[in-house]
Design a protein around this ligand. Structure first.
Ligand code: AKB
Length: 324
């Protein structure tokens, strides 16, 4: 049976780029994009699309049967900062969407599921540096609690019903094509837009708040790689730690100054500071590297260079000097 993919939440930050990459690899008709809302014109014209509310199991099942779907990537979620504002909505969306897809997989209607977890599963009692795969997890946000519960559900459905579900604990994902929404790590994207347009940025996290981050291309690569790995290599069925770089607002602003010397950063921590302060500073992803050969391509320097040149080009601020 040929692989036929349904991406739920395809118009979001990661969903958009994941869908594009999968379509490049498998052909546009092998990847059905879906979301509760429309994407950009460019996205809507790039291949088949279904309107799906991830909280409605019937809508997901209908699309699965109509398109003979084999693999589902469930990318819809309410992120940390927004879920703190709407706790019950965040919990309902993050849990119901996952259980809907796991139930459809349990009924053998699909073969494989990808579901993203997050570094938000960790909390104030977790070791902050090189946070291990298995450690104390006492998340303090609604988003983190939903992701931790989700990890338990993934492992439960694998152990008890043989559902082939695979998951990654994403750090903050940095990208320039699509904007993020509602996350605590979003400052690391906003800073580039503001630096290029206004040469200044007011950070909502303090200068020394260190968080794990990853460039979008690595996140998409890791997602597709874990889904393509033989099942026998996937030893962890809750969710894998993955890592690429860690930095503070101060460190990234210094890197940006290397390209835009007039850039100035100021700090005005808001409610997102307490979320970030309870998260790890860096992640140990030894298990992912060992089990299915994960490795990242983008370090801090390469990511900053790519962001500056791609966004300069987008805003037509200067002729990019590098060709990718
Ligand atoms: C967020 O900030 O909420 C997300 C995440 C780390 O999962 N980017």
């Amino acid at each position: 049976m040929n692989t036929k993919i349904l991406v739920i939440g395809a118009c979001g930050q990661i969903g958009t780029e994941l869908t594009a990459k999968l379509r490049l690899q498998l052909g546009k008709d092998a990847v059905i994009a879906s979301d509760i809302k429309e994407g950009t014109d460019e996205f809507m014209n790039s291949g088949p699309f279904e309107f799906i509310n991830a909280m409605d199991k019937g809508e997901i099942l209908e699309a699965v049967e109509k398109h003979h779907i084999t693999d589902v990537y469930l990318m819809s979620a309410m992120l940390s900062a927004t879920a703190e504002k709407y706790p019950s909505k965040g919990w309902d969306l993050n849990m119901a969407s996952l259980l809907n897809v796991l139930e459809i997989a349990k009924a053998k209607k699909i073969k494989k599921v990808f579901w993203p977890s997050s570094i938000a599963v960790f909390g104030p009692t977790t070791p902050k540096k090189d946070t291990p795969q298995t450690t104390i997890m006492e998340p303090s946000t609604v988003y983190g609690i939903s992701k931790q519960a989700g990890e338990r559900w993934c492992e439960y459905y694998f152990n008890n019903y043989g559902v082939d579900v695979r998951s990654l604990r994403y750090p903050g994902i940095i990208s320039w094509k699509t904007n993020p929404g509602g996350g605590t790590t979003d400052y690391a994207i906003e800073i580039f837009h503001e630096a290029l347009r206004h040469k200044k940025y007011c950070s909502f996290l303090s200068a020394e708040t260190r968080l794990p981050m990853m460039y979008m291309d690595d996140a998409v690569e890791a997602t597709i790689q874990i889904m393509n790995a033989p099942g026998s290599e996937i030893k962890i069925r809750s969710s894998y730690n993955i890592a690429a770089m860690s930095f503070t607002p101060e460190v990234i602003s210094e890197k940006i100054k290397g390209y835009i010397p007039e850039f100035e950063i100021t700090y005005k921590p808001d409610s997102r500071q307490s979320i970030a302060s309870n998260w790890p500073q860096s992640i140990d992803d030894t298990e992912a590297r060992k089990d299915w050969n994960w490795s990242h391509q983008f370090n801090l320097e390469k990511m900053v260079e790519r962001m500056i040149y791609s966004l300069s080009n987008k805003y037509k601020l200067m002729e990019p000097e590098l060709n990718y």
